[in-house]
Ligand binder design. Structure first.
Ligand code: GDP
Length: 413
């Protein structure tokens, strides 16, 4: 198995976004795609476009999220956002998306808190032990209460939720966010849609509460790091890297849920959430082996996230694109699927060819030559794959799922 710390797999985050209807999932996802799209563009071409030009182009094009997975880049990380329905009626669909993601963000409204519907989805995520971050949105709304919402998350969802961000003010006085890890205050410039960030020391009036919240955080996460515990007990300064590592360990082991805050509508707080996704949610390597089973005996089979291993992938969604035709979204668990190559459907023994592999971004589709273990993409060329099918190179007898959803073929706009 590829355990190299420099493996590109360490830079992949496969995440879902779970939310009660109206909590702000669409707005938050759009803002994430907006910021990451801008950053990616700047990194790839220095065409001198100003932020305003970019915003105009994006507005004209409209950021659309119609695909089952959308990929974006934040700094050196690749984030695959898997569409995760938040409605009770789609329990089977939720289970299916939980199967392919490695971590999730739960979005809560700072006014409504934990709605009964979120309990169902979060309990499903508890069953799968999905590592999660919580993002408390709408801090600008009348009645917003960050601490009450955190309390509700702790009590109703029985999660160890602790703030890593603290809001500066609330309702119409919500001015920005304090990062309790670095103890810096962040203000997001409304003229650049919150893209430009002013980072300063914490204003005096928030300092005391920020310090006591940080202490609470340190005490809690010292459970996950002996080094932090020692430093904390001795009253020593705690390096940011040590604190981040402790939070990461607690989050990945599903024993801890870091809480972020913001207002997606007012473009505040999302950049810190994006950093949190990269810093605290697991990579496919952190998740490690996936369990499949042998088709005849049903004996368990361990599948390692090794790009050089035998090909094993799961088809988790079929969509019809009006220009391209049938797109099958897959997650590769082991090996590498190549464009032009063939695969065997383990469910019915059918052999098919992959004519294209696509990575769906918010405003374009990238053609890829191959898809490695740990990654998610859409393949073109299959006529028979349906949701729940396992594909291999034909030399490895394994199934990843007992679930089949032949009726989930939907058309894309
Ligand atoms: P979804 O149903 O979870 O996808 O929620 P949407 O993103 O569609 O948001 C629902 C409503 O809440 C819309 O009218 C949004 O404009 C509004 N909204 C989203 N985020 C915020 C926020 O941070 N503050 C305020 N005041 N409204 C928000």
């Amino acid at each position: 198995m590829d355990t190299d710390a420099d493996s590109p797999l360490t830079k992949i985050r496969n995440i879902g976004i779970m939310a009660h209807i109206d909590a702000g999932k669409t707005t938050t996802t759009e803002r994430i795609l907006f910021y990451t799209g801008y950053l990616h563009k700047m990194g790839e071409v220095h065409d001198g476009n100003t932020f305003t030009d970019w915003m105009e182009q994006e507005r004209e094009r409209g950021i659309t999220i119609t695909s089952a997975t959308v990929t974006c880049y934040w700094n050196t990380y690749q984030i695959n956002i898997i569409d995760t329905p938040g409605h009770v009626d789609f329990t089977a669909e939720v289970e299916r998306s939980l199967r392919v993601l490695d971590g999730a963000i739960g979005i809560f409204c700072a006014v409504g808190g934990v709605e009964p519907q979120s309990e169902t989805v979060w309990n499903q995520a508890n069953r799968y032990r999905v590592p999660r971050l919580a993002y408390i949105n709408k801090m600008d709304r009348v009645g917003a209460d960050y601490f009450h919402t955190i309390q509700m998350i702790r009590e109703r969802l029985t999660l160890n939720a602790y703030p890593v961000n603290m809001p500066m003010g609330r309702e119409e006085n919500f001015e920005g966010v304090i990062d309790l890890i670095t103890m810096q205050a962040y203000y997001f410039d409304p003229l650049t849609f919150g893209y430009e960030v002013k980072q300063t020391t914490i204003p005096e009036k928030y300092l005391e509460s920020a310090k006591s919240m940080r202490d609470e955080l340190l005490e809690k996460v010292s459970e996950f790091s002996d080094e932090l515990l020692m430093l904390f007990l001795e009253g020593e300064e705690i390096p940011v890297s040590v604190l981040k590592e402790a939070i990461r360990k607690g989050t990945i082991s599903s024993q801890f849920v870091p809480v972020f805050c913001g207002s997606s509508l007012k473009n505040k707080g999302i950049q810190l959430l994006l950093d949190g996704i990269c810093d605290f949610l697991p990579s496919p390597l952190d998740i490690g082996d996936t369990q499949g089973f042998e088709p005849v005996t049903h004996n368990p089979v361990n599948i390692s996230p090794d790009p050089k291993g035998p090909l094993v992938a799961l088809a988790f969604k079929v969509q019809i694109d009006k220009y391209i035709g049938r797109l099958v979204y897959i997650r590769v668990y082991s090996g590498t699927l190549k464009k032009g190559g063939s695969f065997v459907n383990q469910t019915n023994g059918k052999k098919e060819r992959v004519s294209r592999i696509l990575q769906m971004m918010s405003n374009r589709k990238n053609d890829l030559d191959c898809l490695h273990a740990g990654d998610i993409g859409a393949i073109v060329g299959s006529r028979f794959l349906i949701t729940g099918d396992t594909i291999t190179d034909g030399n490895f007898e394994v199934l990843l799922s007992k679930m089949h959803f032949p009726d989930t073929v939907i058309s894309m706009a």
